[in-house]
Each structure stands twice: as structure tokens, then as C-alpha cells.
Design a protein around this ligand. Structure first.
Ligand SMILES: Cc1cc2nc3c(=O)[nH]c(=O)nc-3n(C[C@H](O)[C@H](O)[C@H](O)COP(=O)(O)OP(=O)(O)OC[C@H]3O[C@@H](n4cnc5c(N)ncnc54)[C@H](O)[C@@H]3O)c2cc1C
Length: 491
């Protein structure tokens, strides 16, 4: 791999095959010969599997898919796209798919899945296609843990570019704040290594929603000395929801930064494949991860247990490798739509309204999640100046409220319209506290909305958003990377 330092003089871009070259079968054959990984065209065996991901609501229809095997492949694919005037999309798992590539070039990074851990420096190095479960497994033998989120199948790179609010978020902050180096292929197909020293503005810009600034081929970040947790779920039935919401809000005022938690409100469908205690019920789950000992953890959660009878309580000591059981996110691909609000605060009356709007009377299933933020998320990795390594927006938010609906196969458009109406009504209840949106949970919601630009802007404070758009203009003036979480919303 050829790597240059981004602070050095600009290297000559990889020469395009031929400017504005037509996308002929011969040209595609040439790309296939040049890459170490496979190339898929519409109709090829493997094309459908390669373009599909976790989000089944949108499906890419690219003119060509580059199944890249290494950073040189990524650079060659970007150079090819430039030469043929194709927009470029990137996909790992499809959890964060925001727009279907139509006619462009899709870079599929799933073959670039290398993960290495250096226990001496507590550093992980991942290639573009790594998912969190790999890092968790690689770090655990050394008593270390990454700052992964609730679902172990999510891609490391994109999660981190969007900030990354994880299981240990209040204790250690955003995943983005612990990144040490990023290997990037730029819009002019150069391979650069970006660090806080080599190019501070680009480094910060990448780590807070920088998906449209290039293709990240590798990332190095710090691991935390966490081998075990006290955590799990406390689940309350419908009769306890109002009291549990109020108790949870009071409780978040009292807990230390070593405790990260969220709550979820879900009406489970009455399906035989679900466990009997969940089937057809409106439940409130409180999910907890505490890095202190089990005795102290039990003392801390006592005010929640005092709310009343629980449907289940699996709070326990666990190895960090079991952290995914705290949230139990769905693992199978499906169609979904969601929106979110970062909040400066919230009161129990508003949350009760949200619970009522999204409860059994809602015309569509809505999963509501409220993450307790603050702690190291607000202070940044240096513990006080507020200046983190990453340029994540709205660090001062105290809560993140998310609304998400699965869309059925029978009438996805009808479900989408109904879901959007309930989401808007639910988020209107917290309007007095709303300060913005989280990049990681945009899910393309804004793309075809008239206020798309406003939705994208809401991910950062005005000055930070201005820096962000300036970086995009400087690093990708032709908008080569146009299928990413902000796409359609750039002003
Ligand atoms: C079930 C579920 C649970 C989640 N839990 C959390 C959580 O706990 N905390 C949290 O913060 N987020 C969470 N998320 C959000 C998640 O972090 C984002 O959706 C993220 O974008 C997913 O990344 P991916 O690589 O898996 O998905 P993809 O859909 O493969 O990628 C998403 C986008 O990232 C960009 N991208 C991907 N790879 C690269 C690259 N190498 N270079 C540049 N751009 C790239 C592309 O624009 C792509 O469209 C969750 C999402 C789901 C669906």
C-alpha cells in the first residue's frame, strides 16, 4: 500500500484510466483485472447478495460493485469511478444505509475485515469491513474492550465516523474521541493517513459525521481496560410504565459516570416465535452497564427495583463479551425507518405522552429508546475542557430519544407514512428540549423530505456545520461520495 501523510505536499492523484471514459464491458473487465477482489455487474451471480444489507428498506442498484480486498483496490475503484463520472457509495453491513445507489459504483468493504490488537499500547487496528463482534473477541483475552454499541454486527468504521454512543458511553465518551489514526482514500483517489497532528481539521471533521469526505480503509483507536460488567435489563409491564419513566429520570440525576443506561418502550407483537412473557405486551426495559463491582451495582439500581413488580430482571455480573445481551438488538435484516432528537433535558409528563402515542394504540409498531448521555460524552477524552478529539455535534445533550419502526413487506409505503406521522407526533412532545439530531440514527429519514437540509444541519451547532460543509467543498468538490448519512441534506 502507498501511504502519504496528509500534512505533506499534495501527491499527484492516481491517473484516471481515461477522463469521461464510457462504461463499456471492456472498461468493467479492465477494473476486474485491476482489483484483487471481485467485481459484480447487474446480472452477475453474487451481485444481489453483495448489494444487500441489514436495512432491507432500500436496495442499491449500482452499475458496478467493487468487492474491494485492500486499500489499493479502494483507490483503484475511486479512480475508476472518477474516470467514468460515477458517484461512489460504500457499504459494510448496511445497518446505516441511507440511500440506494442508483447507477453508481458501490464499494463493498466486507472482505477488508482484518482486526489486530496491541495489548501493550491498548490499541486496535481495523480494516474498513470489520464489525464490532470481531474487535470485542480480539480484545477480550487481554482484559480490554472497545467502545462498541448495542449491536455487535454493526460496522466499526461507520459507527465511529458518526460518533459512536456505546455500552460504556458515559464512562469513556464517544468512540470517535479515542481514534488515533485514519487511513483514507480521498475523492481524487489518493491514499492518506490522517491524524490529529497531520491534518487536525480533516481529522475532527471525519470523526463526527465525515462519511462523505472519502473512503476510510483503516482505523486505529484506543481500547479500554474493561473485562467485566454488572448489567442487564430490568423489564416493567404496562402498569408500571408511568412510574418507571419518572423514577428513571430522577435516577439518572444520581448515578455516577461509571454507569451507562438507556430505556426502551416496545409493544411486542403477539407472535408465537416470541417468548411468552413478551408476546403482545407493552413493556419498558431499562438497560444498564456499570463498570464497578456487582455489590455497588445492586445498590445503585435499588431505586429502580423499588418501582414495583418486574416482568424480568437479569442484572448480573457478566464478561464484557456478553455485553450484547444488555440490548438484544435484532440480528436479522429488515426494513425500518427512524428519527431521533438530542435533548437538553426532558420531563416525565412528556415521556408519558411519548409512551401513549407509541403504545398499543399506535397504528404502527414503534420502538422508543432514550439514552442517558452526559459523563465523558460531554467532557471529552481529556475529562473537562469539552474539546474532544472528534468533531461530534451537540456534546452537551443530556438524552438521545430515538423512534424506530419496522416496515412490513405488504405495504411498506403505507407503513412509512404511518410511521413518520407517529414519529413526528412523539418527537413534538419533546420539542422544548430538542437541540439537534445524532448522525448515527438518521437512517436516511430526511432524504425525500422538503426539510432535508434542515435535518442534516441539525446534527451540529451552526459553526461546526459551517466547518463541515467547508471541508466537504474542499475535499470532495464534485460530490463523488454522495450516498452517506447527510446526502440530500447538504446546503
Ligand atoms: C440495530 C442497530 C443498532 C445500532 N446501535 C448503535 C449504537 O449503539 N450506537 C451508535 O452510535 N450507533 C448505533 N447504530 C447506528 C450505526 O452506528 C450506524 O447506522 C452506522 O452507520 C452503521 O454502520 P455500518 O457500517 O454497519 O453500516 P453501512 O450501512 O454499511 O454503512 C453506513 C454508511 O457509512 C458510510 N461508510 C461505511 N463504510 C465507510 C468507509 N469505510 N468510509 C467512509 N464511509 C463509510 C457509508 O455512507 C454508508 O452508507 C445502530 C444501528 C442499528 C441498525
Amino acid at each position: 500500500m502507498t501511504t502519504i501523510d496528509a500534512s505533506g505536499p499534495l501527491a499527484a492523484p492516481l491517473a484516471p484510466d481515461a477522463p469521461d471514459a464510457p462504461l463499456t464491458p471492456e472498461a468493467l473487465d479492465g477494473l476486474a483485472r485491476r482489483l484483487h477482489g471481485p467485481v459484480f455487474r447487474p446480472g452477475d451471480a453474487g451481485y444481489d447478495a453483495e448489494r444487500s444489507g441489514f436495512q432491507a428498506g432500500y436496495r442499491h442498484r449500482p452499475a458496478v460493485i467493487a468487492g474491494v480486498a485492500d486499500a489499493d483496490d479502494v483507490a483503484a475503484a475511486v479512480a475508476f469511478a472518477r474516470a467514468h463520472r460515477l458517484p461512489v457509495a460504500v457499504q459494510v453491513t448496511g445497518h446505516g444505509l441511507s440511500a440506494a445507489t442508483d447507477g453508481g459504483l458501490l464499494i463493498s468493504t466486507r472482505r477488508m475485515s482484518q482486526v489486530t490488537v496491541d495489548p501493550a499500547t491498548r490499541t486496535a487496528r481495523v480494516a474498513a469491513g470489520a464489525v464490532w463482534s470481531q474487535v470485542i473477541e480480539a480484545a477480550a483475552p487481554y482484559g480490554l474492550a472497545p467502545l462498541n454499541g448495542s449491536a455487535p454486527g454493526v460496522g466499526v468504521v461507520s459507527y465511529t465516523l458518526g460518533g459512536g454512543v456505546g455500552v460504556l458511553a458515559r464512562t469513556y465518551g464517544f468512540a470517535a474521541d479515542h481514534v488515533r489514526a485514519i487511513d483514507l482514500v480521498t475523492a481524487d483517489a489518493r491514499q492518506v493517513r490522517v491524524t490529529a497532528d497531520s491534518d487536525p481539521a480533516l481529522f475532527r471533521g471525519l470523526l463526527g459525521g465525515g462519511h462523505g469526505l472519502g473512503v476510510v480503509t483503516g482505523m486505529e483507536f484506543g481500547l479500554m481496560p474493561v473485562a467485566r460488567l454488572y448489567g442487564g435489563q430490568l423489564v416493567f409491564g404496562a402498569g408500571q410504565i408511568d412510574d418507571a419513566l419518572a423514577a428513571y429520570l430522577r435516577w439518572t440525576e444520581t448515578v455516577p459516570d461509571t454507569l451507562t443506561s438507556s430505556l426502551a418502550l416496545i409493544v411486542y407483537p403477539d407472535l408465537p416465535q416470541l417468548p411468552a412473557p413478551l408476546r403482545g405486551r407493552h413493556l419498558l426495559q431499562i438497560r444498564i452497564a456499570f463498570t464497578g463491582d456487582a455489590e455497588e451495582g445492586a445498590r445503585l439500581v435499588a431505586p429502580l427495583r423499588a418501582v414495583g413488580p418486574v416482568v424480568s430482571d437479569d442484572l448480573r455480573e457478566m464478561p464484557y463479551t456478553e455485553a450484547h445481551t444488555i440490548h438484544r438488538d435484532p440480528a436479522d435484516p429488515h426494513a425500518y425507518n427512524g428519527d431521533n432528537a438530542l435533548l437538553s433535558g426532558v420531563d416525565a409528563a412528556a415521556l408519558r405522552q411519548v409512551a401513549a402515542l407509541t403504545g398499543p394504540a399506535s397504528p404502527v409498531m414503534v420502538v422508543v429508546q432514550l439514552n442517558h448521555l452526559g459523563g465523558a460524552l460531554a467532557t471529552g477524552p481529556d475529562g473537562g475542557s469539552g474539546a474532544g478529539a472528534g468533531g461530534v455535534g451537540h456534546r452537551d445533550a443530556r438524552f438521545l430519544l430515538r423512534v424506530l419502526s419496522p416496515l412490513g413487506a405488504d405495504d411498506p409505503e403505507g407503513d412509512l407514512a404511518a410511521a413518520r406521522a407517529v414519529h413526528a407526533a412523539a418527537l413534538a412532545e419533546v420539542a422544548p428540549w430538542r437541540i439537534g439530531r445524532s448522525v448515527n440514527f438518521l437512517f436516511g429519514e430526511h432524504r425525500d423530505r422538503p426539510d432535508a437540509a434542515e435535518v442534516a444541519r441539525s446534527t451540529h451547532a451552526p459553526e461546526a456545520w459551517h466547518h463541515h460543509t467547508a471541508l466537504k467543498a474542499a475535499h470532495d468538490p464534485e460530490n463523488v461520495f454522495r450516498f452517506h448519512p447527510y446526502d440530500g441534506g447538504r446546503s
